[in-house]
Design a protein around this ligand. Structure first.
Ligand code: NAD
Length: 493
């Protein structure tokens, strides 16, 4: 049982295939198009407009032209557009879920989870839109008044990755709308369809022309490079790899842009001997296999106390080995394909390097026959400390396990990375959990929890995992700047 082919075709027929510029769906200059594939079959789903430098410039013009009136729109009105968008996405949850499964590969149950998570940013920021405030105070010497207000930063360039096609877009678009910023969105070329459909929903929800412009493209740098140099742009918000983020930070220096960077991760997953092992294994399954391991928050290194390592590994491997791979539209599928052949080959090279260095595969350890880019869910034990798999982001369903004996050793292993997005700690001792949390260098911590993402929480990293926060009360601040007005003493004659 799965989704009938005609349902897929009917949904794809509803996805806009143009570029969204100034409220209109247009062809790319010269009519260029590119194909979007299903990673579970390699077959083309849809062909859409492929933006050029020229199209990017038109999108930037539209965002700049709309900025002034959009910033003056009543906060309640902006909030209500977001609220309507939340309702429309929720009504069409099955469409969004299926579309993500088709272009990205994740099982439908996970796509449904992402729709709930992604839509929640629309609801959360619909509420935040009317809560932006400032302050008025008397200066310490009593001779003046200080008025502090918040203003939208202005036109933003938003660049999103392929792994969470809806949530990575709503996490940026919703706070930008709430704050009163206009946008040029450049989705990932591997999964642009969800953004295309979402942009149509935003227009249906009442977003004025020019506020959100969408330029899907196969030439990311050609489109975004000139936009980053445009003096009318005020901010770039990026989610993706650290290497690309570093290049964008360099480009952003040109006009000293505000930047938000959600970059790569190398999350440690610490299991102490006092942990409830059932809960630790449940947490490990979620932290590792959600999204086929293709998540910046995916547990990348399992660091387990030596006294419980064998038992944890055995139970975890039994659960991982039972995870059926397959097309995400099939009911029995628990793990979908990786996004492309390059990603699958990279995962396999990390596994091969670990096995060559003495690791043992308790389960899995190899790619699966095509079509599609499947990799066997894998657990590796006895991984050597210098293995590449402990240093690089795996982005696949592979769990390497290493052991420790003391708390200090666990912390040293966990912090031994240039990344610092999220850490997971499993222990029944709350004091230990809090103590370890204070010592870990990461922007987020899962304490006896394998998933931390929540629209009401500040998501983001430290070290080379990024700058800024998305979601929570902090999320809207990324799209606001502070203006201070000094006022002469109203009592002075
Ligand atoms: P990527 O860096 O290859 O691409 C991300 C986006 O940047 C895509 O839209 C891509 O087209 C665009 N891009 C690539 N080169 C560019 C350039 N020179 N100029 C402008 N844009 C460019 O990353 P990816 O493979 O799509 O996503 C996976 C990465 O994203 C992983 O490293 C993952 O950890 C990270 N990620 C981070 C978070 C987070 O919140 N920290 C969330 C999801 C994914």
């Amino acid at each position: 049982m799965g989704i009938p082919a005609h349902r897929e075709a009917e949904l794809l027929a509803q996805v806009p295939t143009g570029l969204l510029i100034d409220g209109e769906w247009r062809d790319a200059a010269g009519g260029a198009r590119f194909d979007v594939e299903d990673p579970s079959t390699g077959k083309v789903l849809l062909s859409i407009a492929d933006a050029s430098t020229e199209d990017g410039a038109l999108a930037m013009d539209a965002a700049a032209a709309a900025q002034e009136s959009w910033a003056r729109t009543a906060p309640r009105e902006r909030g209500e557009i977001l609220r309507r968008a939340f309702e429309l996405v929720t009504e069409r949850a099955e469409d969004f879920a299926l579309l993500m499964t088709l272009e990205m590969g994740k099982p439908l149950a996970e796509s449904r989870g992402e729709v709930t998570y992604g839509a929640e940013f629309l609801r959360w920021f619909s509420e935040e839109a009317v809560r932006v405030s400032g302050r008025y105070s008397t200066s310490p010497d009593g001779k003046s008044r200080l008025l502090v207000t918040k203003k939208p930063v202005g036109p933003c360039l938003l660049i999103t990755p392929w792994n969470f096609p809806l949530a990575m877009a709503t996490r940026k678009i919703a706070p930008a709308v709430a704050a009163g910023c206009t946008m040029v969105l450049k989705p990932a070329k591997l999964t642009p369809l969800t953004s295309q459909l979402f942009a149509a929903v935003m227009m249906e929800a009442g977003l004025p022309a020019g506020v959100l412009n969408v330029v899907s493209t196969t030439s990311a740098g050609d489109v975004t490079g000139p936009i980053l140099k445009d003096p009318r742009l005020r901010k770039v918000s990026f989610t993706g790899s650290t290497a690309v983020g570093q290049g964008l930070i360099r480009d952003a220096a040109h006009n000293v842009l505000r930047t938000s960077m959600e970059l790569g991760g190398n999350a440690p997953f610490l299991v102490f001997e006092d942990a409830d092992l059932d809960k630790a294994v449940d947490g490990a399954m979620a932290a590792k296999l959600r999204n086929m391991g293709e998540a910046c928050t995916a547990a990348n290194r399992f660091i387990v106390q030596d006294t419980v390592a064998d038992e944890f590994a055995e139970r975890f491997a039994a659960r991982v080995g039972a995870m059926a791979t397959g097309r995400g539209t099939e009911d029995e599928t628990k793990v979908g394909p990786l996004i492309d052949a390059k990603s699958r080959d990279k995962v396999h090279s990390l596994v091969t390097d670990a096995l060559d260095g003495g690791a043992r595969a308790l389960v899995g350890g190899a790619p699966e026959e095509g079509p599609g880019y499947f990799y066997q869910p894998t657990v590796l034990k006895d991984v050597a400390p210098d293995a590449r798999i402990l240093k690089e982001e795996i982005f696949g369903p592979v769990a390497p396990i290493v052991t420790f004996s003391t708390e200090d050793e666990a912390v040293a292993l966990a912090n031994n990375t240039e990344f610092g997005l999220v850490s997971y700690v499993f222990t029944s001792d709350l004091n230990r959990g809090l103590r370890i949390g204070e010592k870990l260098e990461s922007g987020m911590l899962g304490l006896n929890a394998g998933v931390v993402s929540n629209a009401a929480a500040p998501f983001g990293g430290v070290k080379q995992s990024g700058l800024g926060r998305e979601g929570g009360a902090e999320g809207i601040e990324e799209y606001l700047y502070t203006q201070y007005t000094g006022i002469a003493d109203p009592y002075a004659g």
